[in-house]
Design a protein around this ligand. Structure first.
Ligand code: PRP
Length: 550
């Protein structure tokens, strides 16, 4: 057995002197600030019963949680969230409450499957909840408190994106979508995947207005004038009410002098399904995912007993420190837009799209250069050429704002990105292939061996679509050889012209997905660099449209 005594587990870290002092100072300042604003501190245990997080509207995916059992065999978890324990405490422990109850906490949370981008599995959060009061004034208070905390820690360049879950829910219900269809649309809106959203909507029999409104959801973000635009699209009473509510909250934030820190995103949908009203996320430079999140959750409290409306937020202290340190080190740098392109087949076509968007790509096209970063100083755009499978990683971490990569890589890497454009080139299919004789007889082979360069795509296909257990054999290339020499019965691989299969006596047996090159964007960059990135996307979209029309 290996000895692990010198190491810390994946996703957790030691905090040394300077950083630790800085962290304690931030926590101290936050505590003082909350107290002076009339919030009282609570502390909940690190260990909770699994049931606290597995029922009602606050249900958290079980794969997210570290689980143990106690001496009586009951399931315990390391808390994956601090709002839910605060709500449990409110319902079960606070007697004779004077409404509203304003509480805050600072503590560590644990997520066993925290999604990429450099996120930790143990992290410190400071947060506040106001329970027992509703209305725009309370929601504006919660958002202003989040803004004040970020400023107090020394952050200046950040943005709070505000949306309203009722806007999305009202429109999905009006369209008559089932819960599963609604969830599918939520996921596509969440990753701004216009291509798949459009093809899904095309299958439904919707009125042109409703079709266009749902299709526009991922682009309904930006300045307050987005609300005017959205209002013109719909007469749905609940959706219009949600817009009016957002206006009320924005008016209060403007009065408080916080107007410059907020923007609107009507496509903001959260994977935490306990939110019922306003919802918000805070973004800043130097970190590829939100550092603040919060919103209104009027149905969560009754899961633990009493009925009460509530609103709250939390700010990630480790992430805040990471952002502060990366902003300090790039203080004197002008802000470049970073673009990661896949080396190889897709590179040259991708370069042309950027070239036609007015960016100088002459040095990029020079194949003799060994430079890893190529900059156009006029448009302030920097290009990196990287291995295709690394593009999603650069973009997810925010090291690149934009990336161009095949959809096969996006599916295989499973990153948390915006997939904004289908670039139309690099078209191919992900297929199950094998000897021709197996055509139509695949289901007769039990416990198949599947050789592939794409183990995640293959696993997902067999587990979720075929509901079949197979043995996946990971190879790094020339996968077609595997069935020829008896290493596997079939392969899961890309088929472009079909020549490789044909020349080796193999054939496509099943098609898993159609693929092509995609433009992906980091989630934070899309908000913070909205104007510059949207300009590039629009120009490339126009070029693609012109090509289609020719
Ligand atoms: C890809 C893919 C197939 C082949 C399909 O391999 O894995 O082997 O191209 O193309 P076709 O349908 O036009 O024949 P790649 O060329 O990337 O090489 P590799 O197998 O060594 O990874």
């Amino acid at each position: 057995m290996e000895n692990w005594k010198f190491y810390t587990p994946d996703g957790v870290q030691d905090t040394l002197f300077t950083e630790c002092e800085m962290k304690r100072n931030i926590e101290h300042n936050f505590r003082m600030h909350f107290r002076s604003a009339g919030y009282r501190e609570v502390e909940t245990p690190t260990l909770e019963y699994f049931d606290v997080f597995s029922s009602g509207t606050g249900r958290i995916e079980q794969e997210m949680m570290y689980k143990f059992s106690d001496k009586d065999g009951r399931l315990l978890v390391l808390r994956p969230d601090l709002t839910i324990p605060a709500v449990r405490l409110y319902s079960t422990k606070i007697k004779n409450k004077e409404q509203p109850v304003k509480m805050f906490y600072i503590g560590n949370t644990f997520r066993s499957k925290e999604q990429g981008g450099g996120r930790f599995k143990e992290f410190t959060q400071a947060g506040a909840e106001i329970i027992g009061n509703s209305g725009a004034t309370v929601d504006a208070e919660i958002i202003s408190r989040a803004i004040s905390m970020a400023k107090l820690a020394g952050l200046e360049d950040f943005l709070i994106d505000i949306g309203h879950v009722e806007f999305f829910k009202a429109i999905i219900e009006e369209a008559g979508f089932s819960e599963n269809e609604g969830e599918e649309i939520r996921a596509l809106v969440d990753c701004k995947d216009f291509t798949r959203l459009e093809s899904l909507l095309n299958e439904k029999n919707l009125s042109a207005d409703l079709h266009n409104l749902i299709l526009s959801l991922p682009s309904l973000f930006g300045d307050v004038d987005i609300l005017d635009k959205a209002e013109k699209f719909t007469e749905n009473i609940r959706a219009v009410k949600a817009i009016e509510y957002l206006r009320e909250v924005l008016a209060i934030l403007t009065q408080k002098g916080f107007r410059n820190y907020v923007s609107i995103d009507l496509g903001l949908v959260s994977s935490l399904n306990y939110y019922t009203g306003i919802i918000f996320k805070g973004f800043t430079y130097g970190i590829g995912f939100p550092i603040i999140s919060g919103g209104r959750y009027d149905t969560l409290v009754e899961t633990y007993g009493e009925k009460a409306c509530a609103s709250g937020f939390s700010i990630g202290i480790n992430m805040l420190m990471q952002a502060l340190s990366s902003q300090k080190s790039s203080d004197n740098n002008e802000k470049y837009l970073n673009v990661a392109l896949s080396k190889g087949r897709l590179a040259s076509l991708a370069m042309d799209l950027f070239g036609n968007a007015g960016i100088d790509i002459s040095e990029l096209k020079d194949e003799s250069t060994r430079k890893l970063i190529i900059t156009d100083e006029v448009s302030k755009v920097r290009f990196f050429l990287v291995k295709p499978s690394d593009v999603p990683t650069y973009v997810e971490y925010g090291a690149a704002d934009i990336g161009v990569v095949g959809r096969d890589t996006i599916l295989e890497e499973g990153k948390n990105l915006y997939e904004v454009l289908d670039l139309g080139f690099g078209k191919c299919r992900m297929c199950v292939a094998g000897p021709k004789e197996l055509y139509g007889n695949l289901d007769l082979i039990p416990n198949k061996r599947v050789a592939t360069k794409y183990p995640n795509i293959a696993r997902e296909y067999y587990e979720h679509t075929k509901l079949e257990s197979v043995e996946i054999i990971k190879l790094n290339g020339s996968v077609e050889l595997a069935p020829l020499v008896g290493l596997s019965e079939v392969i899961v691989d890309i088929v472009e012209s079909g020549r490789t299969l044909k020349e080796n006596g193999l054939d496509v047996l099943e098609t898993i997905a159609d693929l092509s090159a995609r433009m992906v964007v980091n989630r934070v960059s899309m908000k913070i660099e909205r104007t510059r990135i949207t300009k590039i996307i629009d120009s490339i979209r126009e070029q693609l449209q012109e090509k289609k029309e020719k």
